[in-house]
Design a protein around this ligand. Sequence first.
Ligand code: UD1
Ligand code: CA
Length: 464
Amino acid sequence: MDNAVILAGGAGKRMNSEKPKVLLEVLGKPMLSWVTDACEDAGIERICVVKGHAADQIDKYLDGKFETVYQPERLGTGHAVMCAREFLEANIEGNTFIACGDAPFTDFKTIHAALEFHKLSDCAVTVITAEVSNPYGYGRIVHTQSGIAIVEEKDCTEEQRRISEISSGCYWFRTKDLLSVLPKLDRNNAQNEYYLTDTVRILSAEGKKTAAFKTDNPDAVLGANDRRGLLRLNDIARIRVIEKHLSNGIEFITTDGIVISPDVTIKGGTRILPGTILSGKTEIGAGCVIGPNTRLENTVVGDGSIMDNVVANGAYVGNHVKVGPFVQLRPAARICDFASVGDFVEIKNSVIGEGTAVAHLTYVGDSDIGKNVNFGCGTVTVNYDGTNKAKCVVKDNAFIGCNTNLIAPVTIGEAAYTAAGSTVTKDIPDGALAIERSDLHIINGYAVKKLTRHLEKGKKLIGK
Ligand code: UD1
Ligand code: CA
């Protein structure tokens, strides 16, 4: 079985962030998850994350999904791998992939192809390398007669600095060889750290086979060491993701302000308008119009639906639904097919049935709304009494008049009506009308008298 160890212990001082560097996001997805996903997609079964700086945040984020080990002090990449010794010993027979948690574009195809090469050429270690135009900051690959060695920027001679083949920081090791070489690392270098890179030179000197696997995807090696680097990764990934969707038949009239996370799926014929941010596991169907100015997180939208100026998180929207403009869909909002939700409406933890219209200025929370219901303007489901939340049920074909307050728990029967302005505190039977109003009093002449008094007062004030 093959292992992966992901180095995520660094503080990322240059990021100036409370978060550990590997949790900073590229297109709304933490860099660490880009790397763990690539490992999983490459078929690696056992993954161990080395945590150090702000380890509690890493634990909270991973939520037990992978094994972790703690690196108590940041003594270098070699030391980080030493901390995973028990993990490696538990599965000593196969190979181990080592990756940096701050290089999110390491792709599963490269990981997989490098393993094939590593096994075929029977190497103790295979380093994934790339030719780059600006090698500054990376370890340089030095080819020797016995194999290869990596020299860190700070330890390079003038001549070595000119080498443009760099180490991606990703390696495949034969696990046994990795375990045998770790105790041989020392800190005799410019940064006084245990460099993982030194393992390559040592293995080579021991007569073991070491080789470079040069990737043809130079982005695969890009890392983020500071905010500028992180922005660059976002820029590159943003355009790459948009290009993928263009190839799948998605329409963009501009790419301005459009940010789509890598795991979002969109079906053909959908138009994405400016200012749209799609993140998490959002899924968009075919033939939709999304945007402008729409932010959808972990939200599913069916086919042929419109989302215009919408903020949604954890919502489900069916087919041929019109949502917006200016709508908020909060977690567990479920809008069924052919429904419409209009301006200044908020929906939370509620089902809006097929063909139902909630056109304007309405709050629906913790409610179950049937089919073909009409909500008048300004309706509120009063679901919270300050202590407990309760549910409103509105059955099929009901008509809720404007400015109705539905005091939960309450049930509005099938095809029942509520008169505008009513506060409904009791269940309404099917087909009934609920009207809750006091008699309207009309006092003739009242306004004229008031106005006259006002004018007289004014005359006195200016002395006439
Ligand atoms: C490292 C490599 C360099 C390579 C580059 C690719 C070494 C010595 N250098 O340099 O050859 O070209 O990556 O991006 O390995 N980490 C720990 N514990 C530590 C130190 C680091 O977990 O004590 C983690 C960091 O969180 C990071 C990764 O290891 O995810 C790499 O560390 P970083 O300091 O960024 O190394 P680079 O200088 O980029
Ligand atoms: Ca780095």
